[in-house]
Design a protein around this ligand. Structure first.
Ligand code: RRO
Length: 327
């Protein structure tokens, strides 16, 4: 105030504004009803049930931890090989191996509960009823903060993404889940569709609180000498930096056409990547494949986000969201 008075009197010259300290930057974001203390989440599947990351950082550092997909019955997963590297990307066909909802509730959840500031359980069913049943079982469980509906796993039997592509199916599935739980619902969308915004709109109409954009892109690799495919199931899901421009484009398409909170996913390896997702309209991001190279990527990104935003003079991360300049 004194500076303003001095200036008005033609007195002391104003210096440059005091630099913002990284610790002063407010990283908290709302994703629908979910309040995250920062926008950096783990992506489902790349960090097991979450506990696998504990040797590298305290789970409470993450904005949210998303567990690997849980199904009604235990699943063994797909035949080997399940992973194949490609330039700038990773193909997977893991096939949802997990011990099923009973083991999750009895064994895993008691170990996980209270460790993450926000715990999101990713679920998948073989039919709409199974999604709703799983949602009902998780409703009211201490330590569970939200559900992520995995309607977009590319590696299920038949391989035709039965829930991801038809807006009417998506709307019905989400509304059945909505009726079964009071938990916030995030619907994880597939990139393997013609119009991702139409699917996001259907998820919203069904009662989804947010969408995560995107799951992996259908892809394959082959050794031309032997004719062997890279994956046991031939086709799988592509993730990593190779998909980032596609994922960004899809986040933007959803942001401009549908009024629903977006969580951006796809190829994030640096704070620049995370900031790009926020710029096109995502309110939070999930990091996945990069865990295999940098298992402590989450705390690194949180700190780098503070530093970058402070240097850009942004007091709140929310000031960055949706700042894309496009006509
Ligand atoms: O387990 C998998 O094969 C898998 C899943 Br559930 C998913 O959602 N996305 C993916 O690329 N792989």
């Amino acid at each position: 105030m004194q500076r303003v008075v001095d200036e008005q009197r033609g007195g002391a010259k104003a210096g440059p504004p005091a630099a913002l300290q990284p610790s002063q930057v407010d990283l908290s974001v709302d994703v629908g009803p979910l309040k995250l203390h920062n926008p950096i989440m783990t992506a489902s599947g790349t960090a097991g049930l979450g506990l696998e990351l504990e040797p590298f950082f305290e789970l409470s550092v993450a904005g949210a931890v998303v567990v690997k997909t849980i199904t009604k019955k235990p699943r063994k997963g797909n035949p080997m090989p399940r992973l194949a590297e490609t330039p700038s990307g990773l193909l997977n066909s893991i096939g949802l191996p997990n011990k099923g909802i009973d083991a999750f509730l009895e064994v895993t959840l008691p170990r996980l509960a209270g460790k993450a500031r926000c715990l999101v359980v990713n679920i998948a069913g073989t039919c709409t009823g199974e999604f709703a049943e799983l949602a009902g079982r998780l409703d009211g469980q201490p330590g569970v903060d939200a559900l992520e509906l995995n309607i977009s796993c590319p590696n299920v039997e038949g391989g035709d993404l039965p829930f991801a592509r038809d807006p009417l199916v998506v709307q019905r599935l989400v509304s059945d889940v909505r009726a079964a739980t009071r938990l916030p619902i995030i619907t994880k969308l597939s990139p393997n569709v013609a119009d991702v915004a139409a699917i996001a709109q259907a998820a919203k109409d069904g009662g989804s609180d947010a969408v995560s954009v995107i799951n992996t892109l259908l892809g394959m690799s082959v050794d031309w000498r032997t004719g062997e495919p890279g994956l046991g199931t031939v086709v799988g899901g592509l993730s990593g930096p190779a998909i980032k421009p596609i994922a960004l484009r899809m986040c933007w398409e959803v942001a401009r056409r549908v009024d629903i909170p977006i969580i951006g996913i796809g190829g994030i390896v640096s704070v620049e990547d995370a900031l790009e997702y926020l710029t096109v309209g995502a309110r939070a991001v999930q990091v996945g494949t990069t865990h295999y190279k940098t298992p402590d990527i989450v705390p690194r990104l949180v700190q780098a986000l503070r530093e970058r935003l402070a240097a850009a003079g942004r007091q709140r991360v929310t000031e960055q969201i949706g700042t894309l300049r496009a006509s």
